[in-house]
Design a protein around this ligand. Structure first.
Ligand SMILES: O=C(O)CCC(=O)C(=O)O
Length: 271
């Protein structure tokens, strides 16, 4: 049985999500689960996990050039799939989406001291979910603030369209750069400070990114799930298969055949 609205999100949080494109909830994961996620990813390599192709450890990657993160750990280990489809996170998603969620992607950002930020972008540029846009649940394993590279969001930008790049450059193709060639000047990003265990929900058209980690000794680790709603007709190939709450693969969502609003050149883009 699903929990009630009041036990996962307040009406104020739901209203903020619809008005500004994001909201923050606390303690959807139990403190022990946050501890378990932390330990699991601190030992990702001992479970056989890798960051990108063949990278076995944090020191293998140049944190000033690429994002130091695990991609799709839920496909690699069943425990990560359970965190993706965590019952309380799914309850909150169902309230925000108005439909049951399907899990499409997991990521774990380590963002060590000195690591680069993530360029401003909109997730549905990549996921190509249709007809409704996608949604993210971003859970802080370390408290996130301006110093260690908080998430920056542009409140209200979720009401706009996907912004298309002007050209496909090599620079853009590096993970972490932005597909947004012309950043809307009137927009003002805000830093979302989140305590350990807090979850930020944000919609797939919301312009967001993150700052660099300027600290000498603090990580900014985050477990992230990306979702579509159960009525979705299409989603980009990279995000298949999608999972329901029972962790079963769902076949009702098709593979996006075209590149979406920005054209076929962008099909298969991954951030
Ligand atoms: O956590 C970050 O630094 C960026 C995460 C992000 O852009 C996303 O989950 O879509």
């Amino acid at each position: 049985m699903h929990t009630t609205l009041s036990s996962v999100l307040t009406q104020e949080q739901v209203d903020q999500y619809h008005e500004l494109g994001y909201c923050v909830a606390q303690d959807l994961f139990a403190a022990e689960e946050i501890d378990e996620i932390e330990v699991f990813f601190d030992n990702y390599w001992s479970h056989g996990g890798a960051l990108g192709e063949g990278h076995r450890g944090l020191s293998d990657l140049d944190k000033t050039k690429v994002q130091v993160r695990a991609m799709h750990p839920h496909r690699f280990h069943p425990r990560a799939a359970e965190w993706l489809m965590h019952p309380r996170v799914c309850d909150a998603l169902e309230v925000l989406l108005g439909n049951p969620p399907l899990g499409a992607q997991t990521m774990y950002y380590y963002k060590p001291p000195g690591a680069k930020g993530q360029g401003m972008h909109q997730d549905n540029f990549y996921l190509l979910a249709r007809p409704a846009t996608c949604i993210a649940a971003w859970t802080a394993i370390d408290a996130a603030d301006n110093d260690n590279g908080c998430l920056w969001v542009v409140p209200g930008s979720h009401k706009g369209d996907i912004l298309c790049p002007e050209s496909k450059t090599e620079r853009w193709m590096n993970y972490g750069d932005s597909h947004i060639s012309k950043f809307p000047r009137e927009t003002k990003p805000v830093c979302v400070t989140v305590p350990r265990g807090g979850t930020v929900f944000f919609g797939g058209n919301l312009i967001h990114g993150s700052g660099p980690n300027r600290t000498a000794d603090r990580y900014r680790r985050t477990f992230i799930g990306h979702y579509v709603d159960a009525a979705s007709e299409e989603l980009s190939q990279f995000y298949h298969p999608v999972l329901n709450r029972q962790l079963e693969e769902v076949t009702t969502v098709g593979k996006a055949a075209k590149g979406g609003p920005c054209g076929d050149d962008w099909q298969g883009a991954v951030h």
